[in-house]
Write a protein that binds this ligand. Structure first.
Ligand code: DC
Length: 220
């Protein structure tokens, strides 16, 4: 029964380190990992490629439902092309934030996300993993950090990729995205009452991973 398969839900704002932490937790437990943000990014990419306006909500919902995407060996394949890097481009980040506020898109992606629940278990990260997609998750974590620290982490990441950026611009961008993700009417970013709060402002990745593994052991 899929409901017997344990899910660890990790939600939180942009650049809180959810992706890295979720992947490491999944690796230590031998679980599958769902980066749900990549699905919103994929819908945005498909819409940009077919020049669909953001106002075409029904068509975007249809894309979300029928998107021919495969996840294979760390790569994301849309139709027949690898789009792992393309979906991280700024145009897709901005587009993802817009399509994520459309009810038909969220609805279209719901079953797709639930299908990631495979034995022996799943670590799912995003904004509404614990509140909407996997409300019966055995452990719900709300992972966050101060906006300043998140902006610094993003700056470091971009530098490593050879991309120059300015800290005040990144900080402003994060604050705007936080506000958009938290204030939208459908599935806003908000910790559930049963979520464990993990502030990583003063923690490194391994400390955050270990805390989640400890909570998971306690929950069993
Ligand atoms: O985590 P990310 O930056 O890749 O997410 C991209 C966008 O998708 C971001 O604006 C938030 C949105 N998102 C969402 O609304 N719900 C999710 N479960 C995951 C991401």
């Amino acid at each position: 029964m899929p409901f017997d398969i344990p899910v660890i839900a990790i939600d939180g704002p942009s650049a809180s380190g959810k992706g890295t932490v979720a992947q490491k937790v999944a690796e230590s437990l031998g679980f599958h990992c769902l980066d749900s943000g990549s699905l919103y990014r994929l819908v945005a990419l498909a819409a940009l490629r077919s020049q669909l306006p953001w106002s075409a909500e029904a068509a975007l919902g249809e894309i979300a439902k029928t998107l021919p995407v495969r996840f294979h060996g760390g790569e994301i394949i849309l139709v027949n092309s690898i789009v792992t890097d393309d979906i991280r481009q700024e145009a897709c980040s901005a587009g993802a934030s817009i399509v994520a506020a459309i009810g038909a898109v969220r609805e279209g992606l719901l079953e797709r996300q639930k299908a990631f629940r495979q034995a022996p278990g799943l670590v799912a990260e995003g904004r509404d993993m614990g509140s909407v997609v996997f409300p019966d998750a055995v452990l719900k974590v709300f992972l966050t950090a101060s906006a300043e620290v998140r902006a610094e982490r993003r700056l470091k990441q971009l530098k490593q990729k050879g991309i120059t950026a300015k800290l005040p611009v990144l900080l402003q961008d994060l604050r705007e995205r936080d506000a958009r993700d938290s204030s939208r009417s459908v599935a806003p970013l908000k910790p559930t009452q049963d979520a464990r709060w993990l502030d990583t402002t003063a923690l490194d990745v391994d400390q955050a991973v270990n805390q989640i593994l400890l909570w998971y052991q306690e929950s069993r």
